[in-house]
Structures are given as C-alpha cells and as structure tokens.
Design a protein around this ligand. Structure first.
Ligand code: C2O
Ligand code: CU
Length: 471
C-alpha cells in the first residue's frame, strides 16, 4: 500500500471513529481472537490434559503477523463468563487501543467484542494478553505472539517461536486454583511447578543441521524468569524486547528474561549425534530446567559469519541533556521495610491492614492501588509533557526482583546502580534487582494515560500498578 493511500485510510478510519460510524468492513479483514475455555495437554501424554482458557482453542493463541508500517486489526470476542480485554505488549499503539479496562476502554463483557486497530510502527517480537485480572487470566493460558515483520528481514532457514510459560498443576493435570494468595503476592509471585514451551512440557522441534534458525522467545509466565542455555551452538542475541541490538554472542547466563520480556536469537545449528539437543533454563538454584529439545537431522554445514544487524525502529531518542528527572521507589513484600502505604493514593494504612483487608503488599512511591477501577479515579503518578524527554530513576527497596513495564513507549535503559551501560538498551520492560536503582529514559511522545507496573502479575494484583499521563 503506498503512503498516500495509507494516510487516506487512516484519516477515514479516524473520521469514522469520531462520528461513530461502524467500521465492520475493516474488522472483518483482520484477525479474530476468541477467549474461550478449552483443554491443553501441558503434561506428558500419560497424564490427563489441563482445563485452560485460550484464544481460539490454542495455547499459546494464534501467532499473528503484520508488516511494519501496515495496519493491524483484530476483533476480540469474549467467550468467557468474566470481563476481559487484550493488551498488545510492547507495541506503541494509540491510547484507546491499549486494552486496559477502566484506563483506556471499558471492560469487554461476556459475549461482547471489541475491535482493535493500529499501525505497527516497530518491527519485532511482541505479544498479547488480557489486562484484567491478568494474574489469573494470563495464568490460565490467555496469551499469544504478535510478530511485526521487518521490511527487510534477515535471511534465515527456519523460525521457531517459543512461548515460555509455567503452570501450577496437580498430578490430575488440573490447575491448582490458589489465585490471589498472599504468600505468592508477598514473595516472587505465582511460580508454576511445570515449565512449558508453547503449552507443553519439554516439546521437540525438528531442525536441519547447518540451518540458521531465528528463535523468538517470549516470557508469558506470571512470575518465572528464564536464563536460556542452548548447549554447544553458535548463537547470537539480535533483538531484545523486539528492539534490534548489535548481535551479541549468547553466553551461558547472559540473557535473562523476566515476565513480559522477549529476545530474538539466531542459532546456527551444528549437532553431530542423534540425541536431541536439550535447551535448558538455569535461573534458579538447583538443576537446570528442561525447556525444549531440538531434533537435528541432515549433514549441512552451518554458516560461519555472524548475523547482520537489524534496522533500528523509528523510536524517539531522548534528549538526555535536557531531560527532566523523576524518581520512583518500589517497596513492600516479605522481608521488606514498608510500614504503611496510601490505599489508592489517598488513605494511609499500615501494611498489616492493607494485606489482611485488601490483599495489598506493594507500593509505588508510597501508593498501593487495589484495582484498575480504583486507579482510574486516582491521581496519576506523573503528568508528563508531550514531546519532552524524561529520565526515570527506579529504585527497588525490596527483597524481590521486579520487571517494570511501561505502556505506549519504549524506554532506553541507561544505567544500573550508577554504572552506565556501554550502549543504552531499548526495552519496554526492565528487570530491577533487590536494592538496585536503574535509570531509564524516553520521550513522552504518545499522548494518553499509560500503565506503568510490575509484570510479575501477582505483584501487579497486590498494589504494584500506577499510571502516568502524557499530554
Ligand atoms: Cu504485558 Cu501492562 O502488560
Ligand atoms: Cu514485582
């Protein structure tokens, strides 16, 4: 589609939205995602399947693709008996397409639908998930991958898309439905007892010897972090959170993905035996965890040159010299020092009461928000000026790791504990370790109210959410 036609279409669509004209014609050309109950074989075959919630009966939901610069549209149909929505994680959408109930749209009721549409500005690996009671809805299986293809993709022989998720299951295959428990909230969040790739424990993928594979990893877990190991292969990380980086050799322990985060990896397959290659995770103490196996066939020779650099996305580079500074302090959780916090930004309450009466154990700059509905009515954490650059210093005064995610923007990670990164990293979610301060910078170039929260979904459900206003 040429530019003038695209501009024309956008302006007619904007006009249609303003005058309330239906735009069913556009929606029908897009994707349909129906949230529904279904079953999934998460555990090995000798165990029973698991009752899950999914998009279109698939775990993960369908892989959606759009070319960079083109218009993406999807109709969300709610086939569940609870309200829901879809958020497009990492995508810089117009505010009313961000999928956050009470903040950017009304909740989508059972049997109702909502049409999402936006121009995909940035190429990369993104994902979608509900943004209402996410600690339960995402955990039950609602998540999927959205790939925005580069205008000029790099040459590979195969692509693998791995959604990393963990499940808390009984031997009967059923989800242990202990959602909203204070222990998970006050610690590292709801960790599962079974790790899965694309909804199954340690699945096998076929690849050819010599193939250059683009592996897209997406962490859709509530709380689990991943530090992948691909034994004895030449591998490079080429993008992080969807944003291109100068290819970096994947060394053991180098790449850590918190909840919500993604990485694109190029693997040049070279494996001499029939035993499948076991891809592992080593994040926590104890034995490495099995993620997935690669069954390698053929005798092709792998490439020797490192992969090329992907073209950068059209992100606004922050003007650090003139940026305004803001500081954000996260406190709470078990073994923390938080004594009290302001419930929904108003009444100061001792932590004990917040926890026992409201199930809240976390605070952002001293505020604990009970829900998106409460957040809607509260003051914004910051009001930012459209087009201005900001440096946020984010301090974790707790004993737990937090992946902090900002909607509608992509920030540059500048430093950790005062130590500058050699090259700032574009990320939409940044891990902050206990007692660490990180600095992120961005241009507030997308107007609207944007969520700014921990992506350990059980932390978000227990106070660790906030919103900033850009305007
Ligand atoms: Cu991945 Cu506020 O979300
Ligand atoms: Cu957290």
């Amino acid at each position: 589609m040429d530019l003038s036609r695209r501009a024309f279409l956008q302006s007619t669509l904007a006009g249609a939205a303003l005058t309330g004209l239906p735009f069913a014609a556009q929606a029908s050309t897009g994707h349909t995602l129906k949230a529904q109950k279904s079953v999934q074989q998460v555990l090995p075959d000798k165990y029973p399947p698991t009752d899950v919630w999914s998009y279109n009966g698939q775990i993960p939901g369908p892989v959606l693709r759009v070319k960079q610069g083109e218009t993406f549209s999807a109709r969300f149909e709610n086939g569940l008996d609870v309200d829901s929505s879809i958020h497009w994680h990492g995508i810089r959408v117009p505010n009313n397409m961000d999928g956050v109930p009470f903040i950017t749209q009304d909740p989508v009721k059972p049997n109702d639908h909502f049409d999402y549409q936006f121009v995909a500005k940035d190429a990369g690996t993104f994902w979608y998930h509900p943004h209402l009671n996410s600690a339960e809805q995402v955990d039950r299986g609602l998540s999927g991958v959205l790939i925005v293809e580069e205008a000029d993709p790099i040459d590979v022989d195969a692509e693998l898309i791995w959604m990393l998720d963990d499940w808390r299951l009984g031997e009967d295959g059923k989800l242990i439905e202990d959602y909203q428990n204070l222990h998970d909230k006050a610690h590292g969040g709801r960790l599962g007892n079974v790790t899965a790739v694309n909804g199954s424990y340690n699945p096998t993928f076929d690849v050819e010897n010599g193939a250059r594979v683009r592996l897209r990893l997406i962490n859709s877990s509530n709380a689990r972090l991943y530090t992948p190991i691909i034994p004895d292969q030449s591998a490079w990380v080429i993008a992080f959170d969807g944003q291109p980086i100068t290819p970096k050799k994947l060394e053991k322990g180098m790449l850590r993905l918190g909840p919500g985060m993604r990485a694109d990896i190029i693997v040049d397959i070279s494996h001499g035996t029939d035993t499948p290659l076991q891809v592992l995770d080593q994040t926590y103490r104890g034995d490495p965890v099995k993620l997935a196996q690669l069954k390698v066939k053929g005798s092709g020779k792998s490439r020797t040159s490192p992969p090329p650099i992907l073209a950068p996305n059209p992100l606004s580079v922050p003007d650090l010299a003139n940026a305004e500074r803001k500081s954000v302090v996260y406190e709470g959780g078990a073994m923390g020092r938080l004594a009290s916090a302001k419930l929904n930004g108003t009444t100061d309450m001792p932590l004990r009461d917040l926890a026992q009466q409201k199930g809240l154990v976390w605070a952002t700059n001293g505020n604990a928000y009970a829900s998106l509905m409460d957040l809607e009515k509260a003051d914004r954490l910051f009001k930012l000026n459209l087009g201005k650059s900001y440096i946020f210093s984010l301090t974790n005064k707790s004993a737990w790791i937090h992946p902090i995610h900002l909607h509608g923007h992509t920030y540059q990670l500048l430093s950790r504990n005062g130590k500058k990164l050699d090259t700032p990293m574009w990320q939409d979610t940044v891990l902050i370790y206990p007692n660490e301060t990180v600095e992120v910078a961005f241009v507030a170039d997308n107007p609207g109210d944007w969520m700014f929260h921990c992506h350990i979904l059980d932390h978000a459900a227990s106070g660790m959410i906030a919103a900033i206003a850009v305007g």
